[in-house]
Design a protein around this ligand. Structure first.
Ligand SMILES: Cc1cc2nc3c(=O)[nH]c(=O)nc-3n(C[C@H](O)[C@H](O)[C@H](O)COP(=O)(O)OP(=O)(O)OC[C@H]3O[C@@H](n4cnc5c(N)ncnc54)[C@H](O)[C@@H]3O)c2cc1C
Length: 420
């Protein structure tokens, strides 16, 4: 067991989003009394990320946006004795001197360093002309959401490149704002990386029913801008024009922010490589949240998980280990999404080649998809059916015996699976 943190030690957390804030909170909850410094390159107070593709794009007033989505009120930082420094970009780090250097030249000292640097959107290669047109957006931070929201005000036709959750949530928000929307997905189905084929089909149908045009097996090769900069044209690899729009969002995934990896000598893959306690190979350096590639804790092998739950859970585990306490075990990953009036809740991970059974819930519109790997439940995706989600998550966690036939039987009582 690691030597517990002492009150004389300093913890520096880089990244004040879901992971970094949870880390500061957990350290205090778990009894750490020493100095915590939390920095972020963003100039604003830390804001929730999930609303950026949903409520933010629909919120009218500026006050609602800035106040309503704050991750913590300003008093929280004082009450928890967390020194928060916004607008501070960590540009260099020294693991021997135990310092981090900011873009303004200041150096911050640490005894433990937590990398909660998250990820940045994968960018499409754009010509200067298209870049300058300001018509191609990405979405990760509040500033992106604000720019996108303003651009939507003056647009009629929008293309969403990438049919993942963020792209689809923006598609739903754009439709609600009256835009004509086309989703362009390279894979044979939307949500191919993260959802079962049955759940993909459900959302495909949902978006089509709301008037969104969905193109699958459609690779985007380039974007050109008209001379007057008023339109952009999206082209296929064979150079054909696919569609002309006023506005596009590139929702083609993210790249973990590993900028400090070389300075710190941390092993990296598709993330900072950490063990199941979120410890990097370097003494007293930890990585949590979207940027952490955990080699233990998941049955599927090394994984980088992008979700609010994972950011919070990894912070809780790492804080416990720092404090010399026994950490809780990894929970089943879970996630939610909102598109139109439908709320998806999913628990577990859908493996390749899973057998997925659809089950209708009791409430109007309630639906769930249960994915089995060699007869063992590994994921449940529920729509407007919180009971199915909760029971499925418990079954996965506890390894409760359950067969695909039972789930396929409408008479089977889900509640019989819990409280045995
Ligand atoms: C639009 C959108 C919608 C989403 N919806 C959902 C949802 O519905 N449900 C869900 O579970 N998840 C959702 N997610 C994913 C979820 O928000 C992420 O998994 C979560 O934010 C990860 O938190 P994090 O702290 O690891 O990283 P991030 O949120 O990426 O934060 C990293 C922070 O580190 C800062 N940083 C990075 N490098 C430096 C540096 N060198 N110096 C200073 N600061 C630095 C960045 O500025 C950033 O603020 C959504 C994400 C987005 C973008």
């Amino acid at each position: 067991m690691a030597k517990p943190l002492t009150a004389e030690q300093k913890v520096l957390i880089i990244g004040a989003s879901h992971g970094g804030i949870s880390m500061a909170e957990q350290l205090r909850k778990q009894g750490f009394d020493g100095a915590i410094t939390l920095i972020d390159r963003e100039a604003s107070m830390p804001m929730e990320r999930p609303p950026l593709s949903k409520a933010w794009l629909l919120a009218a007033a500026d006050e609602e946006k800035s106040g309503g989505f704050l991750m913590r009120q300003p008093e929280w930082f004082q009450e928890n004795k967390v020194e928060f420094k916004k607008g501070c970009d960590a540009v260099a780090a020294d693991p021997v001197a135990k310092t981090v250097t900011l873009a303004n030249g200041d150096a911050l000292a640490w005894d433990h360093l937590v990398l909660a640097t998250g990820a940045v959107p994968r960018a499409l290669p754009l010509s200067d002309e298209v870049e300058q047109s300001g018509r191609v957006h990405v979405l990760r931070v509040p500033d992106d959401a604000e720019k996108l929201s303003q651009a939507m005000t003056n647009a009629q036709r929008m293309a969403i490149i990438g049919g993942g959750y963020i792209g689809l949530e923006v598609a739903a928000s754009a439709r609600k704002r009256g835009l004509d929307v086309t989703v362009i997905e390279m894979a044979p189905r939307i949500l191919a990386r993260v959802a079962s084929p049955e759940a993909s089909q459900y959302f495909h149908d949902l978006h089509q029913a709301h008037g969104t045009n969905i193109m699958t097996n459609a690779a985007v090769d380039g974007i050109t801008s008209t001379e007057d900069g008023l339109e952009i044209s999206i082209t296929t690899p064979s150079g054909q024009e696919m569609i002309k729009v006023d506005l596009a969002l590139a929702g083609i995934g993210v790249i973990p922010d590993l900028a400090l990896a070389d300075d710190l000598g941390i092993d990296q893959g598709n993330g900072f490589i950490v063990d199941g306690d979120y410890r990097t190979g370097q003494d007293n350096i930890w990585a949590i949240g979207d940027v952490a590639l955990a080699t233990e804790g998941y049955t599927q092998g090394a994984m980088r998980i992008e979700s609010v739950h994972h950011a919070q859970m990894s912070a809780e585990i790492a804080a416990a280990v720092m404090m010399g306490a026994r950490p809780k075990t990894h929970e089943v990953p879970w996630f939610w999404s909102e598109q139109y009036d439908k709320k998806l809740q999913s628990a577990g991970l859908v493996p390749q080649g899973a057998e997925t059974i659809a089950r209708q819930g009791k409430r109007d519109g309630a639906m769930s998809f249960w994915s089995f790997d060699q007869g063992v439940l590994t994921a449940v995706e529920s729509i407007a059916d919180p009971q199915a989600y909760m029971i499925g998550k418990t079954v996965i966690t506890e390894g409760t015996p359950l067969t695909p036939d039972q789930i396929a039987d409408p008479e089977f009582v889900l509640k019989s699976l819990i409280g045995r």
